[in-house]
Design a protein around this ligand. Structure first.
Ligand SMILES: Cc1cc2nc3c(=O)[nH]c(=O)nc-3n(C[C@H](O)[C@H](O)[C@H](O)COP(=O)(O)O)c2cc1C
Length: 348
């Protein structure tokens, strides 16, 4: 018998790989950031080194594959392929929600990747709405079993509101995150799923013991659209464009956290230029999900390596064209804000 959770994971993969599930009109607003091209950069591109550390692990370039999957037999290969590519390119990955393996321990093997990628940073994943149901001890057992380096808690009120089997009770979530941050055996960070984290939420999260916020802003994959397609509730397009654009989300989270915790810039990050802009705005790392999944679907781990190598080169070329050798230099870069993003920021 296939459980509801396992069935949902299969449907998500299928919808992502067969339909256009991106925001249609809303963008990340990163296109409203203009970078200062330096035609005389006075650095060699060979000296550009974007390596960084995140929660105790080294990343050869600042990219963390966003949470994608696990929990159904078909997802085992997806996770292994992505992990092999992360090992080869020296970066980290997030797994999809671990709810399925907590419900059925036989599914743990669909998440376990350390056999093929012993050195990479691997983050587990659980929903904020679900942590009410599980004790930290239960989670710790699963964390040990699949040898995680961190746990991401996804806060996804929008997505849950669209899911046929959604959990709409988000009361008490902050206290539960606090408890998890104290009792979970690995560092915790919080992520959205593509509709963005704003100033107020980040301010509340700052008071918990989490180590980072992964903004997952709007402009890439629209999870309110995907789950409305599954629910067949006639709201298919109503909430497709809902959420805070990624550029806004990074700026708001940065303002809320005032340097006390790390930031991952994500949600619709599609090129190395987007990634560098996210870092200049305040992110320490970047990530994406859909392009990595599509690369895996096309040509397994080789496809993912090819995609990640290109992405890394794009980031390095952009840094070179700004005269920056490393993330530290990028953080000091000035930029110009135009258009809709400027209008948005002027009202804050
Ligand atoms: C097939 C698929 C499954 C996903 N499952 C999860 C999940 O289980 N937990 C989670 O936090 N995010 C999940 N996500 C959301 C991504 O981590 C990410 O937040 C979102 O897709 C926006 O990033 P993108 O625009 O780069 O795709 C999933 C994404 C994809 C494509």
């Amino acid at each position: 018998m296939v459980s509801t959770t396992e069935q949902r994971k299969k449907e998500h993969l299928e919808l992502c790989l067969t339909k256009d599930v991106a925001f249609k009109e809303k963008t990340t607003l990163l296109e409203n950031i203009e970078l200062h091209y330096n035609c005389l950069p006075e650095v060699s591109m060979n000296d550009v080194d974007l390596s960084t550390n995140f929660l105790g692990k080294k990343f050869d370039f600042p990219f963390l594959v966003s949470a994608i999957t696990g929990g159904a037999q078909v997802t085992k290969k997806v996770n292994k392929d992505i992990a092999i590519a992360c090992q080869e390119t020296g970066i980290g990955m997030g797994l999809g929600s671990m709810r399925a393996m907590i419900e059925d321990s036989k599914l743990a093997k669909t998440y376990y990747v350390k056999d093929v990628a012993p050195d990479i940073f691997v983050a587990g994943n659980i929903g904020a709405a679900q942590i009410k149901e599980y004790s930290p001890q239960e989670l710790n057992e699963s964390i040990n079993e699949i040898e995680l380096d961190a746990l991401a808690i996804h806060i996804n009120a929008g997505q849950e509101a669209m899911q046929p089997e959604g959990d709409f009770d988000f009361s008490g979530v902050i206290d539960k995150i606090k408890l998890y941050a104290e009792e979970i055996s690995v560092p915790i960070y919080v992520k959205e799923v593509g509709h963005g984290i704003g100033f107020e939420a980040a301010t509340a999260l700052k008071q918990t013991g989490i180590k980072a916020i992964d903004v997952q802003g709007a402009g890439g994959t629209s999870w309110m659209y995907i789950d409305a397609l599954r629910k067949k509730n006639g709201m298919k397009d109503t909430f497709r464009e809902f959420g805070l654009p990624t550029a806004v989300s990074i700026i708001e989270v940065k303002n809320a956290l005032s340097g006390e915790k790390k930031i991952i810039g994500s949600g619709g990050i599609r090129t190395g230029i987007d990634a560098i802009k996210a870092i200049i705005l305040g992110a320490d790392l970047v990530g994406n999900a859909m392009p990595v999944l599509q690369a895996q679907n096309k040509s397994a781990s080789k496809g993912v390596v090819k995609y990640l190598d290109k992405f890394r080169q794009e980031m390095e070329i952009t840094a070179f064209l700004l005269g920056c050798k490393n993330i530290f230099d990028l953080k000091k870069q000035e930029y110009v804000v135009l258009g809709k993003l400027k209008e948005w920021l002027n009202q804050e």
